[in-house]
Design a protein around this ligand. Structure first.
Ligand code: PMV
Length: 362
């Protein structure tokens, strides 16, 4: 058995504009998806998912999700979740050159689904890591990022950017511009997240911005202005001390101002919503340095910067806000929680009959 986890992310700056070649800066946050994988003797894949807003379900299938049996949850949700897991399994089989490998997989996640926090990317990244390790292959985080991107690209009909998967695999702050993905230094930013309990339709929101951009020069200018903000934000991060225990107030104040600006432009592009705007204003009025929506918008999450408890408290009392939580920058990306050898050793210790059989079921 192998257990791996990977973090979710927020966009400090640059969602939507990244689709048109502008840079974006997503940051990994300490909310993780954890995937447990145990190799099977046959080529079946059995999946148990909890905390995915699916009320817990178990399915067993051979080959692909097309054969999935009936389960008592809405089909689109099952298909979405199973599609990602299926694609992650395919990537792991390919990476380990084991096309017939079967797995028992359990997925747990404390990242709200479809809310702009990169839940699917975290599941895919952790799933590829755990499944390949279980087959005795250890991939570098960059390769996991690449394979996870391919998996998301397939499931999302080519609509995926590299931002979520790269950020989840590498951890920390990253910069994404087209296919060029890099990690960048950032101090421990005090993120506070507000969640309205909903989710936006990423495809429809991206199409809406595309249409506006094609119709109006000022909308195209708005998108490139987001790119200008990202570049200025990056300069600020590059000048800051990544080893500082706390980021200096001037840095937070300027980053916050840029976040506010970025939110205003996203609002102008039509991707905010009443609940997102209410949470953004509640955070600002509570003294946050800045606040903006994160991800595709339309509903889901906002991210704000506040080292004090004030913003979280204010968000909790904001109509339309379902959950508010602090999420520190996750400096570690994908990581193994229980390596296969440790597990085999533990099993050998507790199960004397297994001694001498080589121990590892993979
Ligand atoms: O909602 P999320 O976290 O999947 O982010 C979508 C970000 C967009 O820039 C709107 C689309 C993309 O693929 O980059």
């Amino acid at each position: 058995m192998t257990v791996s986890s990977a973090p979710g992310k927020v966009y400090l700056f640059g969602e939507h504009a990244v689709v048109y070649g502008e840079p974006a800066v997503p940051c990994a946050v300490e909310r993780r998806a954890t995937v447990t994988v145990a190799a099977r003797d046959d080529d079946h894949v059995r999946v148990r998912a909890e905390d995915l807003s699916l009320n817990g379900f178990t399915v067993e299938y051979r080959g692909s999700t097309g054969d999935r049996p009936d389960v008592d949850v809405p089909a689109p949700l099952v298909e979405a979740a199973m599609g990602y897991i299926d694609a992650a399994v395919d990537q792991a089989r390919e990476a380990a050159d084991a096309p017939d490998a079967g797995f028992d997989i359990t997925v747990e996640s404390d990242i709200p689904l479809g809310a702009g926090l990169g839940s699917s990317a975290a599941v895919v990244v952790a799933g590829i890591d755990a499944a390949t390790r279980e087959l005795g292959v250890e991939l570098a985080p960059r390769e996991i990022a690449e394979r996870a991107y391919r998996a998301e690209h397939e499931v999302q009909d080519g609509q995926a950017s590299r931002a979520d998967t790269f950020c989840s695999a590498m951890g920390g702050a990253v910069r994404v511009e087209g296919d060029d993905c890099r990690t960048i230094d950032a101090p421990p930013l005090p993120f506070v997240i507000g969640f309205d309990g909903g989710a936006g339709d990423t495809g429809a929101l991206v199409s809406g911005v595309r249409a506006l951009r094609e119709e109006y020069d000022f909308a195209a200018d708005t998108v490139s202005t987001v790119g200008d903000i990202v570049r200025r934000g990056e300069e600020l991060l590059a000048e800051s001390d990544p080893d500082a225990d706390e980021p200096p107030e001037e840095l937070l104040s300027e980053l916050g101002r840029f976040m506010n600006f970025n939110h205003g432009l996203l609002e102008a592009l039509g991707v905010s919503s009443r609940s997102l705007d209410s949470m953004v204003w509640a955070a600002r009025e509570a003294g946050a340095y800045g606040a903006k929506l994160t991800g595709a918008g339309g509903g889901g999450c906002i991210v704000s910067l506040d080292p004090t408890p004030e913003t979280q408290t204010a968000l909790r009392f904001t109509p339309g806000c379902e959950d508010a939580f602090r999420a520190e920058l996750a400096t570690e990306g994908v990581r193994v929680e229980v390596p296969p050898e440790a597990d085999a050793e533990a099993e050998a210790e507790t199960d004397p009959e297994r001694e001498g059989d080589g121990g590892n079921s993979a």
